[in-house]
Design a protein around this ligand. Sequence first.
Ligand SMILES: [Zn+2]
Length: 220
Amino acid sequence: MLQGPDIVLACPHCQSLARLFTVANPDPSGAVSWSDGYQEMPLTPAQPNISRCRNCGKLMWVAECAPVGMIDDNQPSPEHEEWKKLPYVEPVEEKDYLEALKEGMAVEPERETELRVFAWWRANDRHRRNEGPGRYPQAPESVENLERLVELLKDGEHEFVLFRAEALRQLGRFDEAQEMLHGICSDYAIARERLAELIEKKSRDVEVLFAEPQMSEAQA
Ligand SMILES: [Zn+2]
């Protein structure tokens, strides 16, 4: 991964500053795709969509933070050295996504879908490195979130069919999940086959769908 210049952002609530890393050249080696649609790229961290301000403690959409400047070593600004001391914008946990929903931070339905998908991913995170059964969201608030997501995705775009099938499987609603698979086009054949197997086994566990080899410049 080639890192880009950090961007300095202002909190929309209190205007205090933080910095956001950028990626100039994503490196997909070692990437892992999970059954819930989450993709992990160990060499290319994803920018957070929601963060909590270190100063005022409020949640914010990172995309709604006003950019104040850039920390570019090739073009140092007068504030350069000060800005280099700023904390990074950090990702948040499941409980924070649920709080964002409660606070009405999802102004459009697409935003609600996004927040609920991220809450679900963060709930599954604690199971990704474990073996054994029970690797699905079980806390009442996590289950409620997943049930809401299934409703939201009901009339969703084609790309959401896979998400909905997987959410239903993780809820243990296997018949409905099975039915959703018919709507998945051949572009997603590998995922469809894998989900069909898991549904057949009555498994609710989050699983790896595929993993890229852990080496850079595989084509070289
Ligand atoms: Zn703030």
